[in-house]
Ligand binder design. Structure first.
Ligand code: SF4
Length: 227
């Protein structure tokens, strides 16, 4: 069963999370843009690579391929070279295929704003679709990656195991449940969830003492946890 989160708790959680993010977030280049292509490149790079490494490659990649059209027209060899050092080259292949897909037959290269339509594109999973919809288009769309799943589990559903597909589906429902009411606030909320998972509620340790959402978190209210 999907864990119940009442309205007041959902509102409080998101409000505290967003207030914290505004004061403590890292200034990262992909947080300064709303360009869907630039957001997509950052999301694919970040999927299996540390932020510090992506910070090196991201500007270089966008200098080489500033738009989805530049990428679509490039040879696979050039794309591969630009990605070299980031690993998991399948991500670059998918990105290249997607660029060719959205510019095919003279199409203007626009990425759709709706998560369902984004998911129909090559190489786009549920997380990336939610990220592009909320970070580029400021849509009220949920997203769950490993970090977000961990935060939501600890905060609302300590009995769920995100590695189990059925529990992960439940966590997606929780993610939707705690979204704020507007797309603009959703941008901050989703960035903040990921930032909290990276800096405070990490895989190694949950720093409940320093956590802005502790009052709304089931695990945090109980005690400090380290696991
Ligand atoms: S209170 Fe603790 S367990 Fe809850 S979200 Fe914050 S760091 Fe994670």
């Amino acid at each position: 069963m999907t864990p119940r989160v009442d309205d007041a708790t959902a509102r409080e959680f998101s409000r505290r999370l967003r207030a914290w993010f505004r004061r403590h977030h890292r200034d990262l280049p992909w947080r300064r843009t709303r360009d869907p292509y630039e957001i997509l490149v950052s999301e694919l790079m970040l999927q299996q690579t540390q932020v510090s490494r992506v910070l090196e490659f991201y500007p270089r990649f966008l200098t080489r391929f500033p738009t989805v059209h530049h990428l679509a027209e490039a040879s696979p060899k050039r794309v591969r070279e630009a990605w070299e050092g980031l690993g998991y080259y399948a991500r670059a292949r998918n990105l290249h295929a997607l660029a060719r897909h959205v510019t095919r037959g003279g199409a203007d290269g626009t990425l759709p704003a709706h998560p369902e339509e984004l998911r129909a594109l090559p190489g786009i999973g549920a997380y990336t679709a939610g990220a592009v919809a909320s970070f580029a288009y400021e849509r009220r769309a949920a997203l769950v990656d490993t970090n977000v799943a961990r935060v939501l589990t600890r905060a609302f559903a300590p009995r769920l195991d995100p590695k189990r597909p059925r529990d992960l589906t439940r966590l997606w429902r929780v993610a939707e449940r705690v979204l704020p009411s507007t797309g603009k606030a959703t941008w901050v909320h989703n960035q903040a969830l990921m930032e909290l998972g990276a800096l405070v509620c990490t895989a190694r340790v949950a720093r409940c003492d320093a956590c802005p959402v502790r009052a709304a978190c089931k695990t945090g209210r109980r005690s400090n946890v380290t696991r």
